[in-house]
Each structure stands twice: as structure tokens, then as C-alpha cells.
Design a protein. Structure first.
Length: 228
């Protein structure tokens, strides 16, 4: 899976990043539809407030079926807050992206891949690994961590609206909602924190998955009547 293959999911990913409230089903009531930064914030490690449920890393686990020579790639995307300068000017957000090095399932079973995430004022880590799961399936784990130095303004060193795109070449991710009976035990063992994976464009199986704080169903799509 080369990074260019992620183009199939980028339209939805962009709306998750910028306009999470456009995802179907849309209603104006939820908090995520009233505040731009209300979901999925990864604060700098050491700056999070446990009493508020804030976190500095997010992890997703997906169920997959693939041969050992299949290749897996993960793309992390998030927004970085940038001050517009003037005290009364609105803040702007910059798109940030980091790709893991595509690796074979065999290599990731031996040891996880770790990619440094570095932008001005921000630093982090994207870790990708694979484990054997019951029934001959694979458990894919991808974790994004914010290792930035804490700032007086917490959002200035935060990963905003983070999400992950996962792609398999010569393999498929299986739905955790509608998996085959023989995958029940493997699916039940998957544990995610701060993110949830949804299959993109493939029904019960797909070579693409999108992990986001706001998606809850497979085959996410934009609401036809949603407005910004």
C-alpha cells in the first residue's frame, strides 16, 4: 500500500479533520457540531489534565487478514493551531501529515515501525505494529503520540482533530461491526483508545480504514443536507 492509495479516503478524511460535523448522520445538537476543537485533541505529554479526560496519545486496533508479504502503511493527519499574530485576530489551523514507512506484515510481526513526527513547535511519534490474533487473523495497532514540550497555551502544542488512515496492499481489514463468525474472538480482543476504525468503501472487508474520534460506522459518508 503506497501513500498515494490513500487518495480514495482523503475526501472523507479532510472533512473529519476540518468539519467533523458534516459526517452522516448530522444533527446540530451534539457538542462536536457546536465547537470546532471539541473532539480528538491530543495535548502535549505532561500537560494533559486527567480529571478532564484529556490524553496525549491515541491508539486504534484493527482486525485484518493478509499474507506475510502484504504491505501495510499508515498516515497520520491532524491540525496545528497557528496564531494569526494580532491579539484580536482569529487563530488559523495548519494541516499536518506524517506517513509511516510501508512495511510487510512479516517485518511488523517481528518489531513495530516507529516514525518521528516533527513540525515547528510540535513533536510526536507514529508507531505501527502487528500481532497474531485468534483464528489466524491479524491485529494491527497504530498509535499516535504527542511528545511536544508543554506550552502556556495548551492548544498551541496540541494535535487537533487527529485521525489515521490505514492501508493494506494484498490484504483486507475486517469490520469490527459485521465480521464473520470465525473472527468473533479476534474482533473482541481489539482495543482502541481515543480513535475508532471504520472501513472505507468495502462493506465487510476493505483495504482501507479510517480511524477517527467521530466516526462510528463502517463506510462513512458525508451528509447530503449538511451545511457548515
Amino acid at each position: 500500500m503506497t501513500p498515494s492509495r490513500f487518495d480514495d479516503a482523503e475526501a472523507i478524511a479532510r472533512d473529519v479533520l476540518h468539519e467533523g460535523y458534516l459526517l452522516d448522520p448530522y444533527t446540530a445538537a451534539p457538542v462536536k457540531n457546536r465547537s470546532r476543537w471539541s473532539f480528538g485533541v491530543l495535548h502535549a505529554r505532561g500537560a494533559e489534565g486527567a480529571e478532564r479526560g484529556e490524553r496525549w496519545s491515541a491508539r486504534v486496533q484493527c482486525l485484518a487478514s493478509a499474507p506475510r508479504d502484504a504491505r501495510l502503511a499508515v498516515r497520520a493527519r491532524f491540525l496545528q493551531l497557528e496564531s494569526a499574530g494580532a491579539a484580536d485576530a482569529p487563530a488559523r489551523a495548519l494541516d499536518r501529515q506524517a506517513d509511516s514507512e510501508p512495511a510487510t506484515i512479516a517485518a511488523l510481526l517481528e518489531s513495530p515501525s516507529v516514525r518521528s513526527v516533527s513540525f515547528p513547535g510540535l513533536s510526536g511519534e507514529l508507531k505501527v505494529g502487528v500481532e497474531l490474533a485468534p483464528g489466524g487473523f491479524l491485529r494491527v495497532t497504530a498509535e499516535l503520540s504527542n511528545l511536544s514540550s508543554p506550552s502556556v497555551e495548551p492548544l498551541a502544542c496540541a494535535f487537533l482533530s487527529p485521525h489515521l488512515l490505514l492501508g493494506l496492499e494484498r490484504g483486507s481489514f475486517l469490520s469490527l461491526e459485521d465480521h464473520p463468525a470465525e473472527a468473533r474472538a479476534a474482533a473482541a480482543a481489539c482495543r482502541s483508545e481515543g480513535l475508532r476504525a471504520a472501513l472505507v468503501g468495502g462493506g465487510r472487508e476493505s483495504s482501507l480504514a479510517l480511524a477517527s474520534p467521530v466516526i462510528t460506522n463502517d463506510e462513512p459518508r458525508l451528509a447530503a443536507d449538511a451545511t457548515a
